[in-house]
Design a protein around this ligand. Structure first.
Ligand SMILES: C[S@@+](CC[C@H](N)C(=O)[O-])C[C@H]1O[C@@H](n2cnc3c(N)ncnc32)[C@H](O)[C@@H]1O
Length: 327
């Protein structure tokens, strides 16, 4: 998705009140000035981000042209006694008109300091996206992390659950902070709750279907995750939730009779958003997945729509992930 990974990063920073300044960005990269230390930042973001590949210390960005990239080499400061190596790549075969090898050789010659290709202290990375971004690699995300809680690893699973990575992105877009309370009132198999646990949230889940509630409880027990889970029609959820919740993250039924327990789908969406507005704290966000674009406006009767992320699942199915705020 062109914007979801970027917005997820910013949302995580906001969730922890970390101030930032955007220095530069394109469709693949986001360069930020952040006020907290490297160790704290990496330990926090590595637990939360689902769509990011790397964290680098930013040296500079510039036009993707060899001479400009090499001309900026003085911005790369290698501490005395440390050795560096340069790795370069282009995303989606961009900028094929100039040689990466030659650029790397010239950049290496222009950097003050000694290179060591086999045992470097500093990994300088040149990424050619729309522009050129140069940085020092700090952290590489383990992509398999999310598969550990994938459908095939859960004791209870039905094919309605979102991919854990999408579930985590939704949780992050809600800006939930550690120790805050997150509610999923259409929790199904508990996929969203399991990811929200990574954010250190207190979890509440409910669903109309007792089999789902039993299944969610089994999944949570299996992964040793604590949560309050109960069976309820969406309209009755406010009776069970004592205090306003900080965030709601949920994936609404698609509208097939089996998934809505024969309730008329538009009426069900209306009831759902009325419940969200009742249970959410003022200023809190509801991040809601749905499969039909024209249902987004039902939510706007109750909450302020902040942003919509359409995600194409396959040729005939687009999911809309909508961020609403309670005013
Ligand atoms: C798309 S699924 C949610 C999937 C879930 N995110 C997961 O990871 O498994 C929608 C869920 O809404 C529940 N549901 C349908 N009608 C409901 C209602 N009126 N009140 C509460 N839950 C309802 C269904 O039982 C189903 O589990």
């Amino acid at each position: 998705h062109p914007e979801m990974p970027r917005d997820e990063v910013l949302a995580c920073l906001e969730a922890r009140s970390i101030s930032y300044k955007i220095l530069d960005e394109d469709d693949k990269m986001l360069a930020l000035e952040i006020e907290i230390g490297e160790g704290e930042l990496v330990s926090y973001l590595s637990r939360r981000l689902s769509m990011t590949f790397f964290i680098d210390e930013f040296y500079y960005s510039c036009e993707a042209a060899k001479d400009v990239i090499v001309g900026n080499a003085p911005k790369i400061q290698i501490p005395t006694g440390k050795k560096f190596r340069i790795t370069a790549y282009r995303t989606r075969s961009r900028h094929k008109h100039f040689s990466l090898t030659q650029t790397v050789n010239e950049l290496g010659a222009a950097i003050k300091g000694a290179a060591n290709l086999s045992k470097p202290d500093i990994d300088v990375v040149l990424a050619l996206t729309n522009k050129a971004f140069v940085g020092r690699r700090i952290y590489e995300f383990i992509r398999g992390d999310f598969d550990a809680r994938g459908m095939d690893k859960r004791p209870f699973s039905v094919p309605i659950s979102l991919h854990p990575r999408i579930a985590m992105a939704m949780v992050n877009l809600s800006r939930i902070g550690e120790g805050q309370t997150l509610l999923d009132p259409f929790c199904g198999t508990g996929g969203i709750l399991m990811e929200a646990h990574r954010a250190g949230a207190k979890l509440i889940g409910s669903d109309i279907d007792p089999r789902m509630i039993e299944g969610t409880a089994r999944n949570l027990r299996h992964f040793k995750i604590g949560a309050t889970v109960f069976q309820s029609d969406i309209a009755d959820v406010p009776e069970h939730v004592a205090a306003p919740v900080d965030a709601i993250v949920t994936d609404l039924p698609y509208g097939r009779a089996s998934s809505t327990h024969k309730q008329e789908i538009l009426a069900l969406y209306d009831k759902a958003f009325a419940t969200f507005a009742k249970t959410l704290k003022s200023g809190g966000r509801a991040v809601v997945g749905m499969s039909e674009e024209d249902r987004i406006k039902i939510g706007e009767k109750y909450l302020k729509l902040e942003k919509v992320y359409p995600v194409r699942v396959h040729k005939s199915l687009t999911r809309y992930f909508c961020v609403y705020v309670k005013g």
